[in-house]
Design a protein around this ligand. Structure first.
Ligand code: BGC
Length: 718
C-alpha cells in the first residue's frame, strides 16, 4: 500500500484530524448524546469528525458498522476508521482480573484468555484493545493494581508477551485478531502514597531494572501500540516526555508502531504545570512522540498552526499518520473496513461453553489458598450448607474494568454452589452490605442463626469491585468493618467456615487470618465465579495459585515487595529483640503472605537441589535441578520458583530475583525433576553507568515453593 501517496492527497487539517481520537458518541447520533453536545464540549468541527482516523469505546458491532459506513461516505479520503476499546480481562466472558491471572503463573492460560477476549471483541467491532497493562505494582493502596499481573518484572514480562500473542495472533489480518496497546508507559504503578495519577519519582536505574522490562517485553512480542502514562516521571509528564517516548521507546527499543495518549492526557499537562495551555500541550506532546491524542482537542486546534510557525515538523506529522495507516493495513481494514463485526455473531461467539470453560479454569488457577486448617476441601455429603456474606448472591464479583461484562451473566457463588450440590440444602443470608462505611448491623443475627444451624459455612466477604480500578485508591487496606464483624460472629457460631475473599488488591487481613479456619482468595474471579468456587471448595479443583503481589501485614509496610535490597542494618531473622536495625517497633518486617505463596490440598517436598557446576563463564551454562514430590493424598499443581541473588555488586542487588518458574502437575506420590538454566545474560543488571552488564563474583541460586521458603546453593561467575 502506498501510504506516502495517500498522505500526499490529505490536507493538513485532515492529517491532524486523523490523529484525533474522540469517543464513538461523537459519531453516532443515536448513541445517547447528540453530536452537537460533545462537539461543543471539545470545540471540534464536523470537518474534524469526518476525517477522524480512530475512535474509542464504540461498544457493539451495530454501532461500529453504522459509524464506519457513515465515515466512509463522508471522509473525502475514504480511509477506514479504527475502533479501539478497553478489553482488559475479557469482553463479554470475563476472566479473573489480571492480578489474579498473574497468580496462575501460566502464560499459556493467559494467552488463551487473551485470544478468546480478542475473538469476542473482534465480532463486536473492536480492532484494538488498550491492553496489556503491565505496570509493575508494589503498593496495594493504588486501585489499579488489579489491572497488573503483579510486582515482579520477570513474571510481568512473561505474561505481557502472552497477552500480546493472544490478542494479536500470528497475523493481524486474521478474523479474530486485534491489535494490542501496552500501557501505561512508564511506571504508572509507582505513584507516591498509592494515590492514582500521583507523582512518580525514581532513579533511571530503578526504572530500567524493575519497571521498564514489562513494556519492553510486550514490544518485543510485536505489540502494535504504546500508551504513555498519566503521571510525571522525574518531574516530566510521560505524555510529553521526549526521553521516554523518543530516546528509549523509538531509538533504543526500535518501536515503530503507534503511540496514543491516555484519556485527555495532552490537556492534563496544563494541570501538571508543564504546559501553559492547549497550544503548548500540543507542541510538547507531539514533539515528544505522542501521536494520537485521546479525548482532548489540543492537536486539532493547534498542530496546523504549530506547523505553520515551524515549531512542529510536517514530516513528523506525516510519519505519525503513516504509522496509523500502516496499522489499519496490517489489520486488513482497507480490504474490509468492517472486518468480522456482525451483530448476529456477536451474540453467538460471546459466552460460549468453550469460553466459559476457560473462564472457569482461569478462575481456578488464579485462586490462592491463603490458609487452611483442614476445613477445606469441604465434604460433599453435607446436609445443609450456609452461604453468607454480601458477595454470595451477586455477579458484581467479575471485577472492575469488565467493560462489556455484565454482572447478571456471571454465575454467583450461591448459584454455583446450589448447582454443584443438588442434594444439599444450600441456604443464604447476606449478613450485611459491602460498602466501606456500611454500618447497618440488622442482618447479622439472621446470618449467625443460619451459620449455627448449618454443617458448614462459605463466607463471601471482601472488597467491592469499584473500590479498586482507576481513581480508586485506598488509605486503609482492611476488609470493611461491618464485614469483619460478620466474620467474627459467623466463625464463632460455626467453626466449619471457609472464607472466600473477594478483592481487587492485596488486603491487610491479619485478624481474618487469625480467626478464619480457611481463606481462599479468589480475587475478582469473573464470569465463572460460582462454578470455580464450588469445584475449589469441594476439591474437584485443587487450589494452585501463587501470589504475584505481596499481602502486607499492615498498610504501613507498603510499598512492600520481595525483591528489595538488604540495607546496611537488616533485621536479624530470629525471635530476639533487635534495636537500631531496619524494623518497625509495632509490626514485623515480613509480610503476612509473601510473593509466590499459595497452599494446596496436597503437600510438595523439594529435595536434591543441585547445580551442574559451581562456576559459570560467559559462554557456559549451569543446570539447576530439583526434585519435587507430591507427598499428599491428592493430585495437585505446584509452581516451582527459581531465584538468584548477586551477593556483591557495584550497585546493591536485590535479596532475590525471580529468574524462572515452572508449573507442574503431580499425581499423589509422583515425583518430577525440574530444571532451570543459568547463563551469563541472566545475571545482567543496570549498573550506575546505565549499562546492562553482569559482574563477576558470588551468587546464590534458590529454589522453592514461595519467595520466603527456598533452599540455596552458591556459584561463581568468572
Ligand atoms: C485509562 C486507560 C484507558 C483509557 C481509555 C483511561 O482513563 O487510564 O487505561 O485505556 O482511559 O478508556
Amino acid at each position: 500500500m502506498d501510504f506516502k501517496k495517500i498522505i500526499s492527497q490529505m490536507t493538513l487539517e485532515e492529517k491532524v484530524s486523523h490523529l484525533m481520537q474522540v469517543g464513538a458518541r461523537f459519531f453516532k447520533k443515536d448513541a445517547g448524546s447528540l453530536n452537537t453536545g460533545p462537539l461543543e464540549e471539545l470545540k471540534i468541527s464536523p470537518e474534524n469528525i469526518k476525517a477522524a482516523g480512530t475512535t474509542l469505546s464504540c461498544a457493539n458491532s451495530e454501532g461500529m458498522i453504522a459509524i464506519q459506513k457513515t465515515h466512509l461516505e463522508e471522509d473525502r479520503n475514504k480511509l477506514p476508521m479504527l475502533f479501539m476499546q478497553d478489553v482488559i480481562h475479557g469482553y463479554r466472558t470475563i476472566f479473573p482480573i489480571p492480578l489474579g491471572l498473574g497468580c496462575s503463573f501460566d502464560s499459556e492460560l493467559v494467552r488463551e484468555c487473551a485470544k478468546m477476549s480478542a475473538k469476542e471483541a473482534a465480532v463486536a467491532g473492536v480492532n484494538v484493545t488498550f491492553s496489556p497493562m503491565v505496570d509493575l505494582v508494589r503498593d496495594a493502596r493504588w486501585g489499579r493494581v488489579m489491572e497488573s499481573t503483579g510486582e515482579d518484572p520477570y513474571l510481568n514480562s512473561e505474561l505481557a508477551r502472552a497477552f500480546v500473542q493472544g490478542y494479536q495472533g500470528d497475523d493481524l489480518k486474521g478474523d479474530y485478531n486485534i491489535a494490542a496497546c501496552v500501557k501505561h508507559f512508564a511506571a504508572y504503578g509507582a505513584p507516591e502514597a498509592g494515590r492514582d495519577y500521583n507523582t512518580v519519582d525514581m532513579t533511571e536505574r530503578t526504572l530500567r531494572e524493575y519497571y521498564l522490562p514489562g513494556y519492553h517485553a510486550a514490544i518485543e512480542a510485536g505489540c502494535k501500540m504504546v500508551m504513555p502514562a498519566f503521571n510525571t516521571i522525574n518531574s516530566v509528564p510521560c505524555t510529553g516526555n521526549k526521553w521516554l517516548l523518543d530516546d528509549v521507546l523509538r531509538k533504543e527499543w526500535g518501536f515503530d508502531g503507534v503511540v496514543i495518549s491516555d484519556y485527555d492526557a495532552w490537556f492534563e499537562m496544563v494541570a501538571h504545570g508543564f504546559c501553559s495551555g492547549e497550544k503548548d500541550a500540543a507542541e510538547k506532546a507531539f514533539n515528544a512522540g505522542c501521536e494520537i491524542e485521546m479525548m482532548s482537542p489540543c492537536g486539532v486546534h493547534y498542530l496546523a498552526e504549530l506547523i505553520a510557525e515551524g515549531k512542529v515538523s510536517e514530516e513528523k506529522l506525516d510519519l505519525a499518520v503513516e504509522r496509523v495507516l500502516r496499522l489499519k493495513d496490517e489489520l486488513g481494514m482497507f480490504e474490509n473496513p468492517y472486518k468480522v463485526a456482525d451483530p448476529v455473531n456477536e451474540e453467538k461467539v460471546a459466552l460460549t461453553a468453550e469460553h466459559r470453560a476457560i473462564a472457569r479454569k482461569a478462575a481456578e488457577e488464579s485462586s490462592v489458598l491463603l490458609k487452611n486448617n483442614g476445613v477445606l476441601p469441604l465434604k460433599k455429603d453435607l446436609k445443609k450448607l450456609a452461604v453468607i456474606g454480601p458477595f454470595s448472591d451477586t455477579g458484581n464479583v467479575i471485577g472492575n474494568w469488565s467493560c462489556m461484562g455484565r454482572d447478571e451473566e456471571a454465575t454467583t457463588f450461591l448459584a454455583g454452589l446450589r448447582a454443584y450440590l443438588p442434594n444439599t440444602e444450600v441456604a443464604y443470608a447476606k449478613g450485611c452490605g459491602h460498602a466501606i462505611f456500611e454500618n447497618d448491623e440488622s442482618g447479622l443475627d439472621e446470618a449467625v442463626e443460619l451459620a449455627k444451624n448449618s454443617d458448614a459455612v462459605v463466607l463471601c466477604i471482601g472488597e467491592f469491585k469499584f473500590y479498586s480500578g482507576e481513581g480508586n485508591s485506598r488509605a486503609d487496606l482492611s476488609v470493611p468493618a461491618i464485614q469483619m464483624e460478620l466474620a467474627r460472629r459467623v466463625i464463632k457460631a460455626n467453626p466449619n467456615t471457609a472464607v472466600i475473599l473477594i478483592t481487587g488488591r492485596p488486603l491487610a487481613i491479619v485478624e481474618l487470618n487469625n480467626i478464619a479456619p480457611a481463606i481462599l482468595n479468589m480475587w475478582q474471579p469473573g464470569t465463572e465465579a460460582g462454578t470455580a468456587a464450588a469445584r475449589l471448595l469441594f476439591g474437584d479443583a485443587n487450589p494452585c495459585g501463587k501470589l504475584s503481589m505481596t499481602f502486607p501485614y499492615a498498610v504501613g509496610q507498603v510499598p512492600i515487595y520481595y525483591n528489595h535490597y538488604n540495607t546496611g542494618r537488616p533485621k536479624p531473622n530470629d525471635e530476639g529483640e533487635h534495636y537500631y536495625c531496619s524494623r518497625y517497633v509495632d509490626c514485623p518486617n515480613a509480610p503476612l503472605y509473601a510473593f509466590g505463596y499459595g497452599l494446596s490440598y496436597t503437600t510438595f517436598e523439594y529435595s536434591d537441589f543441585k547445580l551442574s557446576s559451581d562456576t559459570l563463564t560467559a559462554d557456559s551454562k549451569i543446570t539447576a535441578s530439583v526434585k519435587v514430590k507430591n507427598t499428599g493424598a491428592v493430585a495437585g499443581k505446584e509452581t516451582v520458583q527459581f531465584y538468584i541473588r548477586d551477593l556483591v555488586g557495584s550497585c546493591v542487588r536485590p535479596v532475590m530475583e525471580l529468574k524462572g518458574f515452572e508449573k507442574i502437575e503431580l499425581a499423589a506420590g509422583e515425583e518430577k525433576t525440574v530444571e532451570f538454566t543459568i547463563d551469563e545474560p541472566m545475571l545482567r543488571f543496570w549498573n550506575a553507568e546505565i549499562e546492562f552488564k553482569s559482574e563477576a563474583g558470588d551468587f546464590e541460586a534458590m529454589v522453592g515453593t514461595s519467595s520466603d521458603k527456598v533452599t540455596k546453593l552458591t556459584f561463581k561467575l568468572v
